[in-house]
Design a binder for this molecule. Structure first.
Ligand SMILES: *Cc1c(COP(=O)(O)O)cnc(C)c1O
Length: 392
């Protein structure tokens, strides 16, 4: 199965917005002996013996993250981005407290108040949306909901939204409503580290992100926060929601925090955004509509209604043709969430494997051809052609 999965990654064009290809340094750290070490607790105060080396390792990771993002408090122990968000809720809110975030169908994440998730089941979700006309976050609505409902937390950040957020404005709103501002930068942390998008760190009370997206690190989460919140957040991660940290992932995070400070990393992130823009433009030129008219980052949400198919049909046809994307619900979508009217495409994995801007017209042609037919022989033919662009 490992071999089959490696082959699949090599011979399908990987356009999942949330995936990338970690570097050999990250892979080496993930496969290292740190995986075996139990180190419940924090550097200098562990529940287990033999933590001399891992104490140094965790301090190194924390120091590098602090240098990279300029945050007062850094926690590298969260096991994932979702776990980091759970910890932030545990630190600042009580069950039943209102939390205001971007609606899932408008690009939000399930940890932002989905009924299927702790955030929607144990807290009282309130949702702001994007505007109908330009499909950008409606900050007037954010302010109105915040002032009327006085949420405990205001959450910014998204999983299927191709723009950055207005952090100074969100800070202003959070101050007026006297609530905690959480920025979930899962998709944006790489761009911020590379200096290509404004940083939420000076404005937010707390910032969370996964290290395994465009950031090109191991699977895992990080919390950055103002120093005054350090104690509450630390206890919320351990012992409230987690036991021992994944020391191998912390080793890999240390590698990534180093790499993310290099020019080479900035070039890679810049390339993901450039190629995403080119692909969004190429699909627009071929008659599809891109939500909010384009992208500032590595992902784009594309409306496929013009082809007379649903998002899930588009995903299936593309996958049969060697191109991996996610189906997506669009803002104000009339199809059920399970189908959606769009697809979400992203470039970090393909860019890491060598996809370049000059290949984009061919990729866009292949995508249109694949989505426009249900004919298996055509899908097979496109797959054979796309293999050469998959950059195995
Ligand atoms: C991916 C994502 C997460 C969750 O990350 P995991 O590491 O998969 O738990 C949280 N928030 C946003 C906005 C995301 O896009």
């Amino acid at each position: 199965m490992i071999e089959r999965e490696s082959t699949r990654r090599r011979t399908w064009l990987q356009l999942l917005a949330s995936e990338t290809e970690p570097t050999s340094g990250v892979r080496a750290a993930m496969a290292s002996t740190f995986d075996s070490k139990y180190a419940e607790g924090r550097p200098g105060s562990r529940y287990h013996g033999g933590c001399e080396v891992v104490d140094e390792l965790e301090e190194l990771a924390i120091g590098r993250a602090r240098d990279l993002f300029g945050a007062g408090h850094v926690d590298v122990q969260p096991l994932s981005g979702s776990a980091a968000n759970l910890a932030v809720h545990a630190a600042f809110a009580q069950p039943g407290d209102p939390v205001l975030a971007l609606r899932l169908e408008h690009g939000g994440h399930q940890t932002h108040g989905s009924r299927a998730n702790f955030s929607g089941r144990w807290f009282s979700p309130l949702h702001y949306e994007v505007r109908r006309d330009d499909e950008l976050v409606d900050y007037d609505q954010v302010r109105e909901l915040a002032l009327v409902h006085r949420p405990r937390m205001l959450v910014a950040g998204a999983t299927s939204y191709s723009r950055s957020f207005d952090y100074p404005l969100l800070r202003e709103i959070a101050d007026e409503a006297e609530c905690i501002l959480l920025v979930d930068a899962a998709h944006l942390a790489g761009h911020v580290a590379a200096g290509l998008l404004p940083s939420p760190v000076p404005h937010a009370d707390v910032v969370t992100f996964s290290t395994n997206k465009v950031f090109r690190g191991p699977r895992g989460g990080v919390i950055l926060a103002r120093t005054e919140h350090a104690d509450a957040l630390r206890k919320a991660v351990h012992p409230f929601i987690q036991g021992g940290p994944s020391m191998h992932a912390i080793a890999a995070k240390a590698v990534t925090f180093h790499d993310a400070g290099t020019e080479e990393f900035a070039d890679y992130v810049r390339a993901t955004a450039r190629i995403a823009t080119d692909l969004a433009d190429a699909l627009t030129a071929r008659g599809l509509r891109v939500v909010s008219g384009g992208t500032d980052i590595h992902l784009a949400v594309v409306d496929v209604a013009a082809l007379g198919i649903s998002g899930s049909e588009a995903q299936d046809r593309l996958n049969r043709s060697g191109i991996v994307v996610d189906k997506a619900v669009l803002p104000f979508d009339e199809r059920p969430v399970a189908e959606g009217s769009g697809i979400r495409i992203g470039t970090p994995a393909a860019t890491s494997r060598g996809l370049t801007a000059d290949m984009i017209p061919a990729v866009a042609d292949a995508m249109l051809a694949a989505m426009s037919t249900d004919d298996l022989a055509t899908h097979d033919r496109i797959h054979r052609e796309i293999s050469s662009l998959a950059c195995g």
